[in-house]
Design a protein around this ligand. Sequence first.
Ligand code: ASP
Length: 302
Amino acid sequence: MHWVLPKPVFPVCLPVIAVHGGATVFEKKYHPTILDVVKKAAKMSMYALEQGGSALDAVETAIWILEETSLFTAGLGASKNRDGEIELDAMIMDGNRLQSGAVMAVQNIAHPISLARYVLERTSNSQIVGTGANKLYEQMLAEGYRNETSYHRTERPIITQGCDTVGAIVVDKNGLIVSGSSTSGWPGKLPGRVGDSPIVGAGVYANDIAGASCTGKGEQILRITMGRMSVFHVEQGLSVQESAETVMAELRQKTSGEAGLILVDRLGNVAIQYDTPHMPVALISKDMKDIYCSMTPKWPVG
Ligand code: ASP
């Protein structure tokens, strides 16, 4: 299954922003709301660029908005682990510098994506876990890097089967690529379990050629280092669409996994590939009159 992209949209004018809300099954009555929020995330991400922000700002903005909605199993919508606790994973990667920041199993925060960016920009490390990440959060607030945000959670209805990680890729006007993702992982996971989402080359990867953000069963995505491999295929000369199809086929064949990914190259070509019933995606580029946004595999062609 692949998305049919309308001719006038590609090749596109940079910048390009692609946002996803997880490869899963969403209850039908929530589709309009979900589409509205991924659209809003893409729009606000573009606004961040228009205001002079960087690709890092734009990815953080998009993911921050999705973490805030309580609709996805990320940020305020997180699902609980086996012990009834919430542990969040997030990662952001700057493709130009091949640098990333990630936090894993962090608790009591609303926006792990901002903390992941703090790790990238203000520490000499790339991955911080658990209580160490929570200490770093206190340091981040004390430095005024970001303000404290409300951690108020309301019990939300279950609108998805399983899990729905959120992710975003931004290619700025100079072709610099940033990719990120945020999740609470699978409901009922073992305490301390970390999936693919905050692992370089598994859930997220970016370099100066392309960026990927994946979603699905982390244990399977890790086995084929899906994010890195999808970008590798682009480096080897495949189109983003061919590369996305190649890694999805490998995942299916070698792990029986179901997943989804967005893959964008430095020219702004976008592939969206998944084998779950739904994967909400919003896509916007400089020359698009409107945001393309869909739950299902086909863009409105024409
Ligand atoms: N990949 C995430 C994880 O395994 C879940 C998802 O993408 O829905 O933690």
